[in-house]
Design a protein around this ligand. Sequence first.
Ligand code: NAP
Length: 321
Amino acid sequence: MKAAFAPKYGPPDVVEIRDMPRPVAGAGEVLVEIHATTVTRTDRETLRGHPWFARLVTGLTGPKHPVLGIDFAGVVVEVGPGTSRFSIGDRVFGLSPSRYGCHAEWVAVSEDGAIGHIPETLAFHEAVVGEGAWYAHSNLEAFGLASGQDVMIYGASGAIGTAAVQLAKARGAHVTAVVGTRHTDLAAALGADLVVNYMTEDFTARPERYDLVFDAVGKTTYPACRKLLKPQGAYYASDLGPWGQTVWLSLWSAITRSRRVVIGMPRDPREVIGFLGDMLADGRYRAVIDSHYDLDDISAAYAHVATEQKTGIVVIDVKPR
Ligand SMILES: NC(=O)c1ccc[n+]([C@@H]2O[C@H](COP(=O)([O-])OP(=O)(O)OC[C@H]3O[C@@H](n4cnc5c(N)ncnc54)[C@H](OP(=O)(O)O)[C@@H]3O)[C@@H](O)[C@H]2O)c1
């Protein structure tokens, strides 16, 4: 099968298209013929081996799983022994966060993992939204965002940010989205109650106060956002912050049990895939697609993701749309 192979850590052009053996569905697994996948910030950070301590998990000298890619959407073409949830021909989507392997024509995944049915009305490329939704859900769930609460989502135009706006609205929260000029219409269309343009206004000077400020793009800091918080409010971040400051602040928050600053740890990805299918089916969630690339052009997709300027997700069409 055709796969995008990363023989070492490095920039986008280390990725090579190779012919590799097709995987088989082992016990408890299904084999998925992939129609669409994505290049995410997770893939990009894994490809460059960043941050350094992540190499303890992703491989000390090079990627332990050299075929990256964690989002998949495709068709079940083989079911392994002992499986019962899926049948050959089922359209499925999901995440393969521990073994990656989705930048390829086929992937074998556990049927007990983060995999669900794609709603009938949805194309494959509209279903590869798992990674952003997973990180967004992990943070909102860790905070316990509830109906009626006020949340500010900073960087509401990336994969995590566009997901966070939609998931926070689905929870009944009152959402302020902070985005740049080119994304103000998008944020409103996703359901944000208030849209703030960080390019024309100092968002930290807003008069509103929040239960949660979620930095979905790693471009602001707790000290900058502190005055936006209600007395019991909290600042959550998807990134380590300048010089890792959010890590140290979150450790201090944990020690003092203030829960004021938190880097949301990824939760079990089955949670999010479990409810995302229903949300996609009834229109409460939709993919925000930046661009499409063929698998052969995946290095260019990586280079685009590395600009940190994408809007939502970058789709790889493994099969023609
Ligand atoms: N380490 C990992 O494995 C890992 C994995 C996933 C995610 N993450 C982290 O999670 C964060 C979000 O990931 P993502 O995939 O959602 O990001 P993304 O899609 O790459 O975010 C890009 C968006 O950020 C906006 N942006 C750029 N500069 C901004 C600024 N100063 N203020 C507000 N918005 C800005 C851009 O639009 P404008 O420029 O028009 O505003 C663009 O739409 C990143 O910090 C990433 O490092 C880390």
